[in-house]
Design a protein around this ligand. Sequence first.
Ligand code: AMP
Ligand code: ZN
Length: 146
Amino acid sequence: MAGCIFCKIAKSEAPAHFVYQDSDISIILDIYPVEKGHLLVISNEHYESIHDTPSRIISKVFRAAAALARIYRVYLGAPGVNVVTNSGRAAGQEVFHFHVHVLPRWRGGGWRTLTMRHRLTSEEAEEVVNMIKPYIHIIEEYLAGE
Ligand code: AMP
Ligand code: ZN
């Protein structure tokens, strides 16, 4: 959709740090992470939010989010992970293009710390991309499964 930042990112018309991309979904770093490793799984096509996204795409986005939760919890030792999608302004949605947040929680604090954010630096982005890189096959396995 014209003017949509996530459409532009999915088409490489706007910059973002990518962890993964296929024909349906992209995984990018949130530019205002709550904690290091805050990722967004987005659909490549434009849908406003979860209520109007086709189930095949919802399934792919959440499978990728589940793989990322596993990568953070099991392989990278995060003591917690939040997996969240906001639908509607009343729920705090700011970008009206379907996406799911995957938030590793290294420090704890749960929901209370969701608004404490910092600006992503290119050093931090490189660190996060390199941290996930050895585990991309787990995302592919989740996406290929039944
Ligand atoms: P929400 O719509 O509330 O689920 O939040 C949208 C998220 O997108 C926020 O966490 C923003 O920090 C993030 N965001 C907004 N613009 C960009 C961008 N250009 N690249 C990466 N993340 C973004
Ligand atoms: Zn869009």
